[in-house]
Design a protein around this ligand. Structure first.
Ligand SMILES: NC(=O)c1ccc[n+]([C@@H]2O[C@H](COP(=O)([O-])OP(=O)(O)OC[C@H]3O[C@@H](n4cnc5c(N)ncnc54)[C@H](O)[C@@H]3O)[C@@H](O)[C@H]2O)c1
Length: 392
């Protein structure tokens, strides 16, 4: 059995890198996730970090100092950095700003002819995502969205199983997940204020759950959404983590969702039952399940944002008239193999150098974003809505 299942295991060997051409890279937004970007770039032999920008005066300088990188030109905004691109000659930027600043920064960089690795979620609204894609199309540059879990071997295995056709015609998916107590405020309020985040748990971790299943089934177009969202924990000054960190005032700043649920219809007569939480009074809202006419797949409750799955996959199918279950073992990362984050940076650089397709293309994530934005809109209206996606 192990021999057959080995077919799902990805080749984890590292490819040789052409160091004759070094890419000049800039970092836009020098906060928490920029640490992971810089750590991964520093492992690449064909990258020169030349610039950085942050709206908070001195933050970019302090960031590069902390990482021991000298000679980096620092700016007080993305716009300032891009305006100096004749001198900087940037090949690529990582856009690591909070959600509301994804679209303007990505558009500015693409319009200046710079490849963009844009952090997730794609944007806040569908219209912003469309604007970014128009800039991408016009520029002919690479735009990849920062879904590193997609590059996890287990996520690839989920996709391979589904794409093998073993499930038959897929008609129903249940997915989502979340945390019992996990509103992300360790570094301030950029995840919970409307002016910076725009959307809460729905976009922050919901985007990953949706990507896992949508990528597996080939990203069909979303048609309608009936959404719900709430903020019972985030707006409570007694929320345990506010109390523990001495920040009850965060309750007043909380303007997004900490829980969302939706019923989503996709082209191909497929429905998704979805729920996601930064905080909830349960350990998990359930496993991910994918039902098809020939088989069903159980993906044990997953920390989708890490790309991990909660255990072996189980395939429920029929053999010679018998109802059987086949375990598809979870793949354990090889010691010393590149992390998902390292793969995200490397595959982006390879696409920039090779002119190949973006590792996580905007054409797919547009549908992910349209679902998230439509859930928020439907929840506000209190009824089902059609998912509207303007032409690019
Ligand atoms: N891929 C992942 O695993 C992962 C993990 C955490 C966060 N993220 C995403 O990364 C993004 C940033 O998250 P974070 O935790 O680093 O937030 P953060 O608030 O710590 O950092 C964002 C930084 O961007 C700066 N900024 C905003 N607009 C700017 C602009 N126009 N020009 C220059 N700087 C600007 C802010 O001043 C801030 O310092 C979010 O969208 C989040 O969803 C991704």
């Amino acid at each position: 059995m192990a021999g057959i299942l080995d077919v799902f295991k990805e080749n984890q060997e590292v490819k040789e890198i052409d160091v004759s051409k070094k890419l000049r890279v800039g970092i836009v937004g020098c906060g928490w996730i920029a640490d992971a970007h810089i750590a991964a770039y520093l492992k690449q032999p064909d990258v020169e970090i030349v610039a950085g920008a942050d709206l908070v005066p001195g933050k970019a300088d302090a960031f590069f100092k902390k990482h021991g990188i000298e000679g980096v030109k620092c700016y007080n905004s993305c716009d300032e950095m891009i305006a100096d691109n004749e001198a900087l000659k940037l090949d690529a930027v990582s856009v690591c700003t909070y959600n509301r600043q994804h679209a303007p920064c990505a558009i500015a960089a693409l319009e200046a002819g710079i490849h963009v690795l844009l952090e997730k979620p794609f944007t806040v609204t569908t219209e912003e995502a469309v604007e970014v894609m128009r800039a991408e199309k016009k520029s002919g540059k690479i735009l990849s969205i920062g879904f590193q879990p997609r590059l996890d071997d287990n996520m690839k295995m989920v996709r391979d199983v589904v794409q093998s056709g073993v499930l038959g015609k897929i008609y129903y998916i249940q997915t989502g997940g979340g945390r019992r107590r996990g509103i992300p405020t360790p570094f301030g309020t950029t995840f919970i204020e409307d002016k910076t985040a725009g959307l809460g748990a729905l976009a922050d971790i919901g985007c990953y759950s949706l990507d896992m299943v949508l990528n597996a089934i080939g990203y069909p177009k979303p048609l309608t959404v009936s959404g719900y969202k709430s903020a019972f924990f985030g707006q409570d000054p007694c929320y345990c983590n506010y109390v523990a960190t001495g920040h009850p005032e965060y309750a007043k700043k909380f303007e997004v969702d900490d829980f969302a649920a939706a019923f989503i219809r996709l082209e191909g007569d497929i429905v998704i039952d979805f729920r996601i939480a930064w905080a909830m009074n349960i350990d998990t809202p359930g496993d991910t399940i994918i039902l098809g006419t020939k088989g069903g797949l159980r993906i044990p409750s997953t920390e989708c944002w890490n790309g991990s799955i909660g255990g072996d996959l189980v395939l429920y199918h029929e053999v010679a008239g018998k109802q059987v279950e086949t375990k598809i073992p979870k793949i354990n990362e090889k010691a010393g193999a590149p992390s998902n984050f390292d793969k995200k940076i490397r595959t982006f650089l390879d696409a920039c150098k090779g002119g190949t397709e973006a590792p996580v293309p905007s054409s797919q994530i547009l549908y992910n974003q349209a679902i998230l934005a439509s859930i928020a809109k439907s929840a506000e209206l209190g009824r089902e809505i059609e998912v509207e996606i303007p032409e690019i």
